[in-house]
Design a protein around this ligand. Sequence first.
Ligand code: ARG
Length: 402
Amino acid sequence: MMNINKMVLAYSGGLDTSVIIKWAMEWLKCEVIAVTCDLGQNEDAEAICRKALKTGASKAYVRKIADEFLKDFCLPALQAHAIYENKYLLATALGRPLIAKHLVEIAQAEGADAIAHGSTGKGNDQVRFDVSVMALDSRLKIVAPVRSWHFKSRNEEIEFAMKHNIPVEATKEKPYSIDRNIWGISIECGILEDPWQEPPDDIYQITSSIAKAPDQPEYVEIDFEDGVPVALNGDRLSLLQLVERLNAIGGRHGVGRVDLVENRLVGIKSREIYEAPAATILHLAHSELERLVLDRETQHFKQILSQRYSELIYNGWWFSPLRKALDAFFGQIQKVVTGKTRIKLHKGQAVIVGRQSACSLYDYKLATYDKEDVFDHLAGEAFCKLWGLPLQVVGAKQKGSM
Ligand code: ARG
């Protein structure tokens, strides 16, 4: 048994983390400080806080950090085009290191000697919490009771909760595990564990089905300055306002649903459903603007780094020197990502229909096939001669004519 005096717990208000409070008091004989982080998941954090105190926490903090989340975590991921396995926009994965950062800060201020979280032993989130805490304060112990405690089923947990007067909301088991923040929603378990089954429509939290989405398309215009989205349809907005509005508009049109069988870091495949309307639209808008303003080599080189960056985030290495170094690369090229994109939303789709920028490298006179054309067509002949020369040599060699 670990020797712990005071631990700081990432508290969600759910059954697991509520049971952890009492479990730690009973088994570890330690004081528990509960921390509820509001990353824009639309919950009553104050009420959750009160529940923590009622359950036995000696103190309960609420951290409202949706702004910080967007600015310091989602924005770099957007500028990096970080998309895990080409589909997942990483909302859950980006939230964990931020929550860990706040837990560590509070632990240091409170003189606590341990951090606790409610993640299981077979998921990615335990990795992200553990590794982030290890990186930020190597002296802190890490407790993840769900990995090790003696409860064998949810019912045993519920029994323990009832015995200790922990309010248990629904006695009927909720079939899904849902993680939500302003950047997106992750949904798994229940029938979704059969990868052949179509997700039932009632799992979706913020997007409408294609059938119920409006018949008329809707256009949005997004302005970027130095790679940062700053305005929507001409209204200058904070990042938080802009993402909230895009979630509402995109959600209405059923944009941003993803059904993914993914590779977890711990070695298993799992099936997850995601909803991320705003993030989907912003990724499209940002990457389409970059196509207009980046030179070819930088644009192509970036793609390689984007994939590595998405893996770093997914695998819990946010607080790593490599992530910071990659941010410097992505940051450097954002200087020209200033301009506007126009996106059409319709029946589950977001498509680019227009882009413009003062930094545009698109040159009409070079691109046109009309009479304004200034491209040196004759140079094309010499270019082809040299570009194809290595293949010409190989071909000749194979035919024996060389
Ligand atoms: N698979 C996603 C990830 O690893 C989400 C994990 C949490 N999912 C959930 N439904 N609670 O980032």
